[in-house]
Design a protein around this ligand. Structure first.
Ligand code: F6P
Length: 364
């Protein structure tokens, strides 16, 4: 009898609600075809230390779709093409260890790698595909900034959490006649700030796509003030920057990390508003609350659909593809269509126009 497929799955980059649902759908869909699935721990590093590979059985994954995080771990420091290795002298150097990943993958007789990740992890998946590993990508990021799919899983949950937080800020901001500045995630694209800001009735939304002007923000706040609305909520994406300026890099100092850690724009904007308007101002950072906990029903269903579609692509041997939501269907699209181009908020989109129509300022 022919051997069934042996599938490896990993989750890379920042976690997002829905990762476990993808894992559950991949394992169950494979199981019903008589195939086996193995979890590669912590992104691609589990293909270097192969004792970090765990069999994923139906018993292990049944019911995990409602749980946040990822049962196989994740990292944003495990790029096998640029791996930090500490030598005998205690010095760290960057090495390309991708040949080892390919060798281990083949030695363990895997037939396919399902790589669940954002732009960085999917780029690695694509490069491994070019080195001969049959790969299927699954798009994940709460930032929703991946091309080729209308939406990534994790985004809906993040927007729901941010909207709930903004809703809660209204009563305290109003009671104290304060300006509350809430910083949400969104490195390159302002999808979370835009959708939660509109839904949560923010007065000002700051996104990376629209450089802001502090004077315009303050004018908008004071115009409200004159009309008797003495409080305001400002929602700022972490990647938002003033005109002519840059997003604030917190500088994590994490070895092997290839992206910068952003943060601080909320505090900066709050201080400037206080200085220029004399109003009481507070700032808060929602941070990883947006990534934790259970996925919403939308994200859960999308993740399950992505996982099952990934297994169908394997069955059809459509390697080098990524599952994508192209409504009404989930389809396979070439991995290279998704990577290397960020999906930004279109300034002409009806969502941006809706915000402007209902009186929300973008600080421009
Ligand atoms: O890319 C997803 C994301 O949540 C970004 O919005 C954010 O800048 C980054 O990850 C934070 O990464 P970390 O969890 O490593 O601080």
């Amino acid at each position: 009898m022919a051997r069934g497929m042996k599938i490896a799955i990993n989750t890379g980059g920042g976690d997002a609600p829905g990762l476990n649902a993808v894992i559950e759908a991949v394992v169950m869909s494979a199981y019903h075809r008589g195939w086996e699935v193995y979890g590669i721990k912590n992104g691609y590093t589990g293909l270097l230390n192969t004792d970090e590979i765990i069999p994923l059985t139906p018993e292990r994954v049944r019911g995990i779709s409602s749980i946040g995080g990822t049962i196989i771990g994740t990292t944003n420091k495990g790029n096998p093409f640029q791996m930090p290795i500490t030598n005998m002298a205690g010095e760290t150097e960057i090495r390309d260890v991708s040949d080892k990943v390919v060798e281990n993958f083949k030695r363990l007789r895997f037939d396919c790698l399902v790589a669940v990740g954002g732009d960085g992890s999917l780029k690695i998946a694509h490069d491994l595909y070019s080195k001969g590993i049959p790969v299927i990508g699954v798009p994940k990021t709460i930032d929703n900034d991946l091309k080729a799919t209308v939406i990534t899983f994790g985004f809906d949950t993040a927007v729901s959490i941010a909207t709930e937080a903004i809703d809660r800020l209204h009563s305290t901001a109003k009671s104290h006649e304060r300006i509350m500045v809430v910083e949400v995630m969104g490195r390159h694209a302002g999808w979370i700030a835009l959708n939660s800001g509109i839904s949560g009735s923010a007065s000002v939304i700051l996104i990376p796509e629209i450089p802001f002007d502090m004077d315009k923000i303050c004018e908008h706040i004071m115009e409200r003030d004159i009309k008797g609305e003495r409080y305001a909520i400002v929602v700022a994406a972490e990647g938002a920057a003033p005109k002519g300026g840059r997003a604030i890099d917190k500088g994590s100092g994490e070895v092997g990390r290839q992206d910068v850690v952003l943060g601080g724009v909320g505090e900066y904007v709050a201080k400037e508003i206080a200085k220029k308007t004399g109003k009481d101002t507070r700032s808060l950072v929602l941070g990883h609350l947006q990534r934790g906990g259970s996925p919403t029903t939308f994200d859960r269903l999308l993740s399950l659909r992505f996982g099952a579609a990934a297994v169908r692509l394997i069955e059809e041997k459509q390697f080098g593809k990524m599952v994508a939501l192209v409504p009404p269907d989930v389809k396979g699209v070439p991995l290279e269509d998704a990577i290397g181009h960020i999906k930004l908020v279109s300034l002409e989109s009806d969502t941006v126009r809706t915000a402007r129509d209902i009186g929300i300022s973008f600080g421009d």
